[in-house]
Ligand binder design. Structure first.
Ligand SMILES: *Cc1c(COP(=O)(O)O)cnc(C)c1O
Length: 374
């Protein structure tokens, strides 16, 4: 067994009893109902995350410790992104024209209570590892797919040998231009980022990693070191953060997170609205809260620290970008804009496009085919 596997096996917290012993039983008054919540979805907190919890209900605790709120299902949907409907063969979700999602691992180092794939993750039977052949064949046959995203669960919880077997098979498909790995391991289990892993991954370029950090405290020295090793292996890294109530729904916290990610050579890629998942509704904020955060980033800090803010549309519509409104008014003549400080500026439209065109000799222009006239 490798060191990281041993660390995960021996030092994780995986029962409510162990939690109560560590943090005090007074924080778990309704143990019977809590047990119900814990049984609804796999429960494990990896050692690095256990170490980060400073007090009950802090931003780290909220992400991993089960709560009875999970039992309140109001608007929540089990498969909120309708991924199973877009799954032509087991383990593949093909929703966009030129890229596909490939679920390669059913397990994670820590289980986020807000997980979109609660219905599958943690259960090896629901993300079957024995059925990769049909997934590989699908990717081979669909030549329009040029970008494959390995996800799960967490792909980096596979051992190097299995991971390399998958990468080798994918790289043998000529139309797959880029390979992406979605992994929260740099945050959850930095021990997993070994020199051997980095040396292996760099043989499969162009390979990208999108990681997942939600709070500035998560960028511990160990996490930053692991991210640096991946960056040194030439792997471009993005971060997919989820906007979560009581974790990062605060412009100052989010700004610091984006800045710390850049320091660790990770480019913020997406901030997601929390999905409308059954069992995770207590994490949701209003869309306005997210827009406010984006307004607090644009102009106020490096453009590099500004990811796209997206909502993955319920029902399977895919990711839709959301932007604060910077256009005050727009006509054929001019667009009135506001900047990040709220000051207004006018951009004059090119006269050709304005529909009001006066020629030098004072004659009206002849209408040209294919042009709209006012
Ligand atoms: C998010 C996602 C992708 C990748 O989308 P990008 O915008 O290219 O990062 C691909 N497939 C599915 C099903 C997804 O949910």
């Amino acid at each position: 067994m490798e060191t990281w596997q041993e660390v995960l096996k021996t030092n994780s917290i995986r029962s409510l009893e162990a939690l109560a012993t560590k943090f005090g039983p007074e924080h778990f008054p309704d143990l019977d109902r809590l047990r119900q919540a814990a049984e609804n979805f796999e429960f494990r907190i990896s050692p690095a995350m256990v170490d980060l919890i400073k007090s009950p209900d802090d931003p780290i605790w909220r992400q991993y410790v089960p709560t009875v709120d999970e039992l309140d299902v109001v608007d929540g949907i089990v498969d909120s992104l309708n991924e199973d409907a877009d799954s032509p063969v087991p383990n593949i979700t093909h929703r966009y024209p030129d890229r596909a999602l490939f679920l390669v691992s059913p397990v994670c180092a820590s289980y986020c209570r807000f997980c979109t794939r609660r219905r599958k993750v943690g259960d090896p039977e629901k993300i079957p590892m024995s059925q990769f052949e049909s997934a590989f064949q699908y990717l081979e046959q669909h030549t329009e797919i040029r970008d494959v995203i390995m996800s799960g669960g967490d792909p980096l919880l596979l051992n190097d040998r299995r991971l390399e077997a998958i990468l080798t098979r994918l790289r043998a498909i000529p139309h797959l231009e880029i390979i992406r790995i979605g992994s929260r391991v740099p945050c959850h289990l930095p021990e997993r980022i070994t020199p051997e892993l980095c040396a292996m991954l760099k043989r499969y370029h162009p390979l990208f990693i999108n990681t997942h950090f939600n709070h500035p405290d998560e960028l511990t020295p160990a996490a930053v070191k692991g991210l640096g090793m991946l960056a040194d292996a030439g792997i471009p890294m993005g971060c997919q953060t989820v906007l979560l109530k009581g974790v990062n729904d605060d412009p100052a916290v989010m700004k610091l997170l984006m800045q710390r990610l850049l320091m660790a050579r990770v480019r913020p890629y997406y901030i997601y609205m929390a999905d409308q998942v059954a069992g995770a509704e207590h994490f949701r904020t209003s869309i306005q809260a997210g827009i406010k955060i984006m307004e607090a980033l644009r102009g106020w800090t490096s453009g590099l620290a500004n990811p796209y803010f997206v909502i993955d549309a319920p029902g399977g519509g895919g990711k839709i970008p959301l932007l604060p409104e910077y256009v005050v008014s727009m006509s054929d003549e001019e667009v009135v804009l506001r900047n990040f400080r709220g000051q207004q500026y006018v951009y004059r439209q090119p006269r050709e496009e304005a529909g009001v065109i006066t020629l030098k000799n004072g004659r009206k222009p002849r209408s040209r085919p294919g042009r709209k006239t006012a």
